[in-house]
Ligand binder design. Structure first.
Ligand code: 5GP
Ligand code: ZN
Length: 156
C-alpha cells in the first residue's frame, strides 16, 4: 500500500504548496524545520496540523534527525493550543500512516486534536480489547518479531 502512496510528487503536494505559500493556510507556527496550521475540517476547535518542511510521505520515511526536529516542537505547540483554547480538557496527538490508517494527504503530518466536553467535540475512536483472543505464545512471538526486526533496522 505504502509504495504507491509515496508516488505523490513534491510538486504535486498540497502541503508543500501550503509551506511555500502557494495555497493559503491559517498558519499558527513556523520555524526552520516545521510548519503548523489549522486543519481545514476543524474536527474540534483548534485542530492543528504540524508538518515537516521536508517532504516525507509518512513515519517510515523519517530519519532520526528529521523526527527530532518535528517531534521536539510538539510540546510547545500543544501548550499554545491549550492556552488559546482554555475550554480544552485534553489533546489527542494523531499521525495516520498509509491509506489503511486513514491517511489522505501523503505529506506526513501530526494532528493535534483538542478535546472538549459536549457537542463541540467531533472526534471519536475506539480501541478494541483483544486480550482474550491470543495465546501467551502468540503474544510473545509478536514482541519477538518486532524486536528482531528492530535489530535488522539498526543494521541497515
Ligand atoms: P489525514 O487524513 O491524511 O490524516 O489528514 C489530512 C488532513 O488534511 C485532513 O484532516 C484534512 O482536513 C486536511 N487538509 C486537506 N487539505 C487541506 C488544505 O488544503 N488545507 C488545510 N488547512 N487542511 C487540509
Ligand atoms: Zn509535501
Amino acid at each position: 500500500i505504502i509504495e504507491c502512496e509515496e508516488a505523490t510528487a513534491m510538486t504535486d503536494c498540497i502541503f508543500c504548496k501550503i509551506i511555500e505559500g502557494q495555497i493559503p493556510s491559517a498558519k499558527v507556527y513556523e520555524d526552520e524545520d516545521v510548519f503548523a496550521f489549522l486543519d481545514i475540517t476543524q474536527v474540534t476547535p483548534g485542530h492543528t496540523l504540524v508538518i515537516p518542511k521536508t517532504h516525507v510521505a509518512n513515519i517510515f520515511e523519517y530519519d532520526e534527525d528529521l523526527a527530532a526536529k518535528v517531534m521536539t516542537k510538539l510540546p510547545k505547540i500543544s501548550r499554545a493550543v491549550r492556552r488559546a483554547f482554555p475550554d480544552m480538557l485534553g489533546l489527542n496527538i494523531l499521525n495516520n500512516n498509509g491509506q489503511a490508517a486513514g491517511q489522505t494527504v501523503f505529506h506526513s503530518h501530526i494532528h493535534l486534536i483538542p478535546r472538549y466536553q459536549g457537542d463541540s467535540d467531533g472526534f471519536g475512536w475506539s480501541f478494541a480489547d483483544n486480550s482474550k483472543s491470543y495465546t501467551a505464545e502468540e503474544f510473545s512471538a509478536r514482541a519477538a518479531a518486532i524486536d528482531s526486526a528492530l535489530a535488522q533496522e539498526e543494521e541497515a
